[in-house]
Design a protein around this ligand. Structure first.
Ligand SMILES: Cc1cc2nc3c(=O)[nH]c(=O)nc-3n(C[C@H](O)[C@H](O)[C@H](O)COP(=O)(O)OP(=O)(O)OC[C@H]3O[C@@H](n4cnc5c(N)ncnc54)[C@H](O)[C@@H]3O)c2cc1C
Length: 460
């Protein structure tokens, strides 16, 4: 991870002020500086990256993510961003989607797409799922037909039901839910199927399983999140004259009607940019804008957070061979073998990151209880974990990891343009038509940059 340079407040105001240094803000800054627009990016925290960051674990030297992040081949804006900032080589893109499901009572089952054009690559993969009986595998095809026939952006019925209701309508047996849909849905949308919107899930499945064959492949960061997604952006922006200040918070913006003329910082400094991109998360909007209603935000109370808990454990023995697995029938949803991902599976300690999505039940539990639970679960799935000792451990609870994509929320997600002509909204919670993801954040940053650029040029 690169050290943030000590930068001073610029004496002249920038074309565009970007508030928030998560991926939405950084991608907006990358795009604007590539177009020759001057920017000032302000981040209230010491670190950039927002909800995607990593740090070095002092005892082992391993890069620890605030939570394991997976991307997919259908993250086109993100892959473009990685290419632009010169960090594409730091991710591994599977040649075909490949996920191992583990169940202590059965043999591991592989969901792997094949080298056929989409969607046949996925259909054949589904028909080969060993842990689901053949008759039930055929029932999966009903979901495939639904994906082909329905448009989640316009289908009012899909927009009004949960994933659980949708799966019932499609007569999915319990086995299919348990071995496939539940784990995919909670992984992609970070909440349980009885809360989340069927339309958004269909949207995710369609973007992953239709279009290019590579859309469904997992994209795995091979280094810490800050190294992969943040540091290259900082270099790119600064090389093009963009200014980034951390530990710098924007004060509440008073009621605005037609145009923002100045923005005051907590430090007392005042900036007079031509345009402003707010790239703060939904939960910081009420703190930033005195009256969100005046900028068209009428449903902020509809956004409810869903937590993710990541349990990081270093063991004295390497008992897991896979890169990552999904666990069936366990409070832990995914286990990532970070030693293997970082390419040092033969050395020293084995570092595992265990992820619980939609972790409403676990988020208040004590660290020791979570570590004991995680070790107990590993022993059920990997008997040789019984003799492995926990050497180091760390629990990271992200209570506001994502918004919960509940039924009906889509109508409250705002457009990038606001009634205030020089204010644009970016962030994973804006109307990206995607769940809260890296891709949604980056896509929104790029779109705001494009709109802000047009605005600036129209005023020249
Ligand atoms: C544990 C975890 C696991 C996840 N897993 C995945 C995954 O596997 N795949 C995936 O695609 N996505 C995943 N996500 C979601 C993804 O991280 C987010 O969707 C994305 O990072 C959001 O980016 P953002 O820029 O919109 O918001 P943020 O990252 O929240 O950035 C907003 C920034 O604005 C700053 N800010 C707020 N107010 C002010 C102010 N007044 N002045 C200055 N700065 C301010 C904040 O400090 C913050 O840094 C995960 C998230 C978490 C937490």
């Amino acid at each position: 991870m690169v050290e943030q340079q000590k930068v001073k407040m610029p004496s002249s105001s920038p074309d565009v002020l970007i508030i928030g240094g998560g991926l939405a803000g950084l991608s907006a800054a990358v795009e604007l500086t590539s177009r020759g627009i001057s920017i000032l990016l302000l981040e209230q925290k010491q670190h950039l990256g927002g909800r995607t960051y990593s740090f070095v674990h002092p005892e082992t030297g391993d890069e620890v993510d605030n939570g394991q992040h997976l991307m997919m081949g259908c993250y086109h804006s993100t892959l473009n961003y990685l290419e632009t900032i010169g960090r594409s080589s730091l991710v591994e893109i599977q040649s075909n989607l490949s996920i191992i499901f583990r169940d202590p009572k059965k043999r591991p089952s592989l969901f792997q797409t094949v080298s056929l054009p989409a969607p046949f690559n996925v259909l054949v993969g589904l028909l080969r799922l060993e842990n689901i009986s053949f008759a039930h595998r055929l029932a999966l095809l009903r979901v495939g037909m639904e994906l082909i026939l329905k448009n989640p952006d316009t289908n009012k019925h899909l927009q009004s039901i949960t994933v659980a209701e949708w799966l019932d309508e499609l007569k999915q047996p319990e086995e299919n839910k348990k071995y496939l849909w539940d784990i995919i849905a909670i992984g992609a949308l970070n909440d349980s199927t009885d809360r989340i919107s069927a339309a958004l899930f269909v949207k995710v499945l369609k973007s992953a399983f239709f279009g290019s064959r590579l859309n469904s492949s997992m994209v795995i960061p091979k280094k810490g999140l800050s190294t992969v997604l943040v540091d290259g952006a900082v270099e790119y922006i600064q090389q093009r004259g963009g200014i980034i200040l951390t530990n710098t918070s924007v004060k509440r913006i008073p009621d605005i009607t037609t145009q923002i003329t100045s923005v005051e910082l907590e430090s007392g400094d005042v900036i007079t940019p031509k345009a402003v991109i707010s790239a703060v998360p939904y939960f910081d909007i009420p703190r930033l804008f005195e009256n969100p209603g005046t900028i068209g935000l009428t449903g902020m109370d509809q956004f409810i957070s869903s937590p993710i808990v990541t349990i990081h454990v270093w063991f004295d023995a390497h008992f897991m061979q896979e890169q990552f697995v999904a666990l069936i029938n366990s409070p832990i949803h995914w286990v990532f073998n970070k030693s293997k991902i970082y390419g040092r599976e033969d050395e020293g300690l084995m570092y595992l990151a265990m992820v619980v999505s939609g972790a409403h039940n676990l988020v208040e539990k004590e660290k020791d209880e979570l570590i004991t639970m995680a070790h107990h679960e590993l022993k059920r799935f990997y008997p040789s974990a019984s003799i492995a000792k926990v050497i180091h451990s760390l629990v990271i609870k992200e209570k506001r990891a994502t918004f919960s994509p509940k039924v009906g929320l889509e109508q409250f997600r705002p457009q990038h343009k606001t009634p205030v002509q020089n204010l644009f909204l970016a962030g994973d919670w804006t109307d990206t038509k995607l769940p809260a993801t890296i891709e949604g954040a980056v896509q929104s940053g790029y779109e705001c940059a494009e709109t802000a650029d047009k605005f600036i040029k129209s005023k020249r």
